[in-house]
Ligand binder design. Structure first.
Ligand SMILES: O=C(O)[C@H](O)[C@@H](O)[C@H](O)[C@H](O)COP(=O)(O)O
Length: 246
């Protein structure tokens, strides 16, 4: 697999957010059904964009065909809040998807937020290593089949925020991050963990993403999203509004 980054990424532009969500849902179904040599391992993104995608994955015509028993669900990042907090990415995924499909509980791996951030980041790394079957990432043996990502107004992705020490992390798979002026500390996959993937897909919708996306595509290295790579391929799956500055 040749590596790809955000500059060599394919850009797929669809009419609107609904078309993006429908396309991603059907593509994920194909990828999951095609995975025969082990579990289909996906890292879900947080925020608001994935909500519609998760609802579509829970609809009978897809959910009934999705190989949930062979699917392992991880998270790209999490706000360090109790699951009862509306800011929880896990809780959003549970309400829109997990509560509506027959996914074995053991196949869902929320980022723990009940001890302290550093302890829970290490715990999550151990959970990833258990599914991966090794404690070191091995080139050519991706940790994830699919890593879903969003992008924030400051060019962050997952919880890799500008000017944060986590941007320099090259050993840990999971780390903590307390963005400037943020209400919550966060847990996040690191660049090496995201790189260990067959496919990285950015889902971006709306005009609010257009400027950042254009800067990322031009290689503005000040933006954390600019440094995302994959062992496999990176794709931007976006709507026309997010594409307007390309
Ligand atoms: O926990 C989070 O907030 C995310 O994982 C974050 O990286 C998100 O993907 C972007 O901020 C885009 O968020 P929206 O989809 O809400 O625009």
């Amino acid at each position: 697999m040749s590596g790809h980054d955000v500059k060599t990424a394919e850009v797929i532009v669809l009419k609107d957010g609904e078309a993006v969500a429908q396309h991603m849902a059907h593509w994920l179904l194909e990828q999951a059904l095609a995975k025969k040599d082990g579990p289909f391992v996906i890292s879900l993104s947080g925020g608001t964009t994935p909500k519609r995608l998760f609802q579509i994955l829970a609809e009978p015509d897809i959910a009934a065909r999705f190989p949930w028993s062979n699917t392992q669900i991880f998270y790209g990042d999490e706000r360090y809040v109790p699951t009862s907090d509306p800011a929880s990415n896990y809780t959003m995924s549970r309400e829109t998807l997990l509560d509506h499909v027959s996914l074995p509980l053991a196949n869902v791996h929320p980022m723990p937020t009940d001890a302290d951030p550093e302890t829970d980041a290490a715990r999550y790394q151990k959970e990833l290593q258990a599914v991966y079957g090794a404690n070191e990432l091995q080139p050519g043996k991706p940790l994830f089949d699919v890593v879903m990502l969003g992008m924030g107004p400051d060019g962050h992705t997952a919880s890799l925020f500008p000017r944060q020490p986590v941007l320099k992390e090259r050993t840990k798979w999971v780390a903590t991050c307390t963005p400037d002026n943020a209400p919550h500390t966060r847990l996040t996959l690191t660049y090496p963990a995201i790189h260990s993937s067959r496919h990285v897909v950015f889902l971006l919708e709306g005009a609010g993403k257009a400027e950042m996306l254009a800067r990322v595509r031009k290689g503005d290295d000040s933006l954390p999203s600019c440094h995302i790579t994959s062992e496999g391929d990176v794709t931007f799956l976006i709507d026309e509004a997010a594409a307007q500055d390309l």
